[in-house]
Design a protein around this ligand. Structure first.
Ligand SMILES: *[C@@H]1O[C@H](CO)[C@@H](O)[C@H](O)[C@H]1NC(C)=O
Ligand SMILES: *[C@@H]1O[C@H](CO)[C@@H](O)[C@H](O)[C@H]1NC(C)=O
Ligand SMILES: *[C@@H]1O[C@H](CO)[C@@H](O)[C@H](O)[C@H]1NC(C)=O
Ligand SMILES: *[C@@H]1O[C@H](CO)[C@@H](O)[C@H](O)[C@H]1NC(C)=O
Ligand SMILES: *[C@@H]1O[C@H](CO)[C@@H](O)[C@H](O)[C@H]1NC(C)=O
Ligand SMILES: *[C@@H]1O[C@H](CO)[C@@H](O)[C@H](O)[C@H]1NC(C)=O
Length: 212
């Protein structure tokens, strides 16, 4: 669905041989993710999603908001049950989920210590750089490895990702329950497995995934 992430996936393989993690994000969180990507000769592409990430029960849910290219859609990855659901406009694509990976950052070089916010809510931030064969990545994390900003700078693309409105814990468990259309014969489609969006983003920061 998003070609940029496929490109990013290739980059990940160059990190794989030596992957060591700097840190992993908090095990349960809800956050908005705003991703802006550029490829030469095309307009910038902006995708906003909110995500519930639960490494304890191995489940993830995304709501991708409407944008100019795609209509909004929803995704659930239930790794425990090895099932995934992706639905929009009354049709639900069902597949398996594959193995669960925590969202972790590849070990990087600490290049900046900085701060963000308005007194008294000042947050301390660390920025790390990771150099791959074709891409340079940097990521900024706050306390407990909470992700703040990612930047992926490649030969032929630039991706800027920002996390905001993040809360720790899972407040709404029902985001992990697929809607009825995912179980009805008329509206359920069994499809080939796809690597989830969030994982592709994670992959560029070193999550050891196996890509085709
Ligand atoms: C995303 O936000 C909407 C409200 O805008 C909420 O109804 C939904 O449960 C959220 N989805 C996830 C996966 O967090
Ligand atoms: C469901 O799968 C079809 C065929 O692969 C695809 O065209 C469609 O975009 C998918 N729907 C969602 C919500 O991902
Ligand atoms: C998930 O299901 C697929 C398809 O049946 C299977 O190939 C895969 O090994 C399963 N993965 C896990 C982690 O159970
Ligand atoms: C990246 O740039 C280098 C030097 O210009 C070039 O040799 C290489 O083929 C490029 N890689 C890709 C995948 O575009
Ligand atoms: C941030 O989260 C709050 C509470 O969940 C929600 O009302 C608000 O719309 C969110 N802000 C943005 C910019 O999405
Ligand atoms: C909880 O999640 C469900 C499914 O996404 C959503 O319909 C509902 O509005 C959410 N509840 C709250 C309080 O955000």
């Amino acid at each position: 669905m998003y070609t940029i992430f496929l490109l990013v996936a290739l980059v990940a393989s160059s990190f794989l041989e030596t992957v060591q993690f700097q840190c992993c994000i908090p095990s349960q969180l809800e956050t908005y993710i705003d991703e802006l990507s550029f490829v030469p000769g095309a307009r910038g592409r902006n995708v906003v999603q909110n995500t519930s990430y639960d490494a304890v029960t191995k489940r993830e849910a995304f709501h991708v908001f409407d944008n100019t290219i795609n209509n909004g859609y929803d995704v659930i990855y239930d790794y425990r049950a090895n099932m995934s659901y992706m639905w929009s406009r009354g049709v639900c694509n069902v597949s398996y989920a594959g193995p669960f990976h925590e969202f972790c950052f590849a070990e990087g070089k600490l290049v900046r210590k900085s701060f963000m916010g308005v007194f008294p809510e000042i947050t301390k931030l660390n920025t790390y750089m990771v150099a791959g064969k074709r891409c340079h990545a940097s990521y900024t994390v706050g306390k407990s490895c909470s992700p703040v900003e990612l930047e992926m700078n490649c030969n032929d693309s630039l991706t800027l990702t920002r996390f905001y409105n993040m809360t720790l814990g899972i407040k709404n468990e029902s985001v992990f329950t697929p809607p009825k259309i995912c179980f009805k014969k008329e509206s359920r489609r069994i499809i080939a497995h796809q690597t989830p969006l969030f994982f592709r983003t994670a992959a560029m920061f070193g999550t050891p995934l196996e890509f085709p």
